[in-house]
Ligand binder design. Structure first.
Ligand code: ZN
Length: 112
């Protein structure tokens, strides 16, 4: 390891400071502690579900077919998990995914 590698700052963990669900429950908007706003549809959130039923634990292959997640998927409920993640209840009844902030940051798109 070189000198420069050692003094590189560790990547700062991201954290959302505000979470807004659209009135139609089909889009989630996040405000991050670095001032960035991102959003994703409930469909995308459902497609990216990280739970063991949707992603194979060992191979990390996605077993959920994204084409089977309808475009009109809604978030029926959302709850914080400690201060590191969110969990959603989707309109198809699925609620086992835990979405850490970094995953949410990765799967949502920056807003203009
Ligand atoms: Zn899942």
């Amino acid at each position: 390891m070189s000198f420069w590698d050692r003094i590189k700052p560790a990547p700062k963990p991201v954290k959302a400071t505000d979470v807004q669900l659209a009135p139609d429950s089909m889009r989630l908007t996040l405000t991050w502690d670095d001032g960035v706003h991102t959003s994703a549809s409930a469909q995308v959130l459902r497609q990216q579900c990280p739970c063991a039923a949707c992603v194979d634990e060992w191979t990390h292959q996605r077993t959920l077919d994204p084409n089977r997640v309808p475009a009109d998927t809604r978030v029926q409920a959302l709850q914080p998990v400690g201060n590191y993640a969110l969990t959603f209840t989707f309109s198809d009844g699925h609620s086992t995914g835990i979405y850490p902030w970094q995953l949410l940051r990765d799967i949502t798109q920056p807003q203009g």
